[in-house]
Design a protein around this ligand. Structure first.
Ligand SMILES: Cc1cc2nc3c(=O)[nH]c(=O)nc-3n(C[C@H](O)[C@H](O)[C@H](O)COP(=O)(O)O)c2cc1C
Length: 355
């Protein structure tokens, strides 16, 4: 099977094309430091070709969930080092997803600081968990142009700490309606300065963040995740094909390692079209994700629609997912109740195949 052939990503050859998608599991401590439990979780999954670790805050006062990890201090780097060491010792490779939530948070989670975004448009018709219970999302404050270099610097520092933590790659989180995506997509971004309007302008912050990461890791160790057709967090865009073409061209010009396309449903015709556009304009590794089975992943690899496939839910419940795919074994079901609960239950206690 193609899934089990090595794949070139940037300047590394990874052992298979079964990647672990980034999965927020809120198991860090109250200072957002990753610990032994998280190291064990990732170590168990080290047979994946690349483990893309969960969304990790590049700044303080950017908390959206509670116990999500950070990467903005030496303590955060030292915490994550436990995971990268464990994964490397088990023969795996690991990327860190660099994340800023933008408007997708609440001031009550962040010392009273109003969330920031490209515009003042809040996430409509949804609520967020805060210390005082569920609340509607607040209206964010549009970032002033002179504040943007500070955001880019947060991504650079995040990358520097990720490097100190021993990650092989960083993935800029440009998906799911978080800060970089709030600039990318015109359903939210209504700016009239050089960060809004044309797709070139809307992608400017993403590329400034990418270039900041490249200044630390080099282009062959930097990738980006986008989800142009995913509506989560009240997102939309009027021209997803143009967005993908622009991002793909920009990554190509930089020699970036990978483009990670997260689909709502990987086989929807509009998603397949985005994959073809990405292919046409970017020669680095194309990772795709979104509802894949083993068979569907194999089919897309053979059709040239992806170089690797990231699995989310299947990797949560199956630490030995590649082994199960190889043997065509059944998969453990995911326990939804423990996705975001503390401790090892539903995190490090999913069984591997016997024997
Ligand atoms: C519990 C959970 C946490 C997630 N956390 C993240 C995250 O931190 N970053 C991200 O880009 N996507 C995140 N996602 C989305 C997954 O990476 C993936 O795109 C999604 O689960 C679809 O892939 P799948 O069908 O293989 O599960 C999360 C999904 C789940 C279920």
């Amino acid at each position: 099977m193609q899934l089990f052939t090595p794949v070139r990503v940037g300047d590394l050859t990874l052992k298979n094309r079964i990647f672990m998608a980034p999965l927020t599991r809120v198991r860090a401590d109250e200072r957002h430091v990753a610990g032994d439990l998280m190291a064990e979780h990732y170590r168990q999954r080290a047979s994946g070709g690349l483990l893309i670790a969960e969304a990790t805050m590049v700044a303080g006062h950017a908390r959206a969930f509670g116990f999500e990890p950070g990467i903005y201090s030496d303590a955060h780097a030292a915490g994550w080092r436990k995971a990268t060491d464990a994964v490397h010792a088990a023969g795996g490779r690991m990327a860190l997803q660099l994340w800023h939530p933008g408007r997708a948070t609440h001031q009550d989670l962040n010392g009273g600081l109003q969330p920031v975004s490209s515009s003042d448009k809040p996430i409509r018709d949804d609520t967020i968990h805060t210390p005082s219970g569920k609340q509607p999302y607040p209206a964010p404050r549009p970032l002033r142009p002179e504040e943007i270099p500070g955001i880019v610097e947060q991504f650079r520092l995040g990358a520097a700490h990720a490097k100190a933590a021993g990650f092989d790659f960083v993935e800029l989180h440009g998906a799911h309606g978080y800060l970089l995506d709030q600039f990318l997509r015109d359903g939210v971004n209504d700016r009239t300065d050089r960060y809004g309007g044309s797709v070139e302008n809307r992608a400017r912050l993403l590329f400034e963040a990418i270039d900041a990461a490249i200044s630390v890791f080099g282009p062959a160790r930097v990738g980006v995740r986008i989800s142009p057709l995913v509506g989560f967090n009240d997102m939309s865009d009027s021209d997803a094909p143009a967005l993908v073409e622009h991002v793909a061209r920009g990554l190509q010009a930089r020699g970036a390692a990978f483009l990670h396309l997260r689909a709502a449903k990987h086989d929807a015709p509009a998603e397949v079209e985005l994959a073809r556009i990405a292919r046409r304009h970017f020669q680095g590794a194309l990772i795709r994700n979104g509802g894949y089975t083993r068979e569907a992943a194999e089919a897309d690899l053979r059709a040239g629609l992806a170089d690797a496939v990231a699995f989310g839910m299947p990797f949560i419940a199956n630490p030995d997912l590649p082994e199960r795919f190889a043997r065509n074994a059944s998969l453990n079901p995911v326990d939804l109740a423990t996705l975001y609960s503390p401790g090892p239950k539903g995190y490090t206690d999913y069984p591997a195949l016997a024997g």
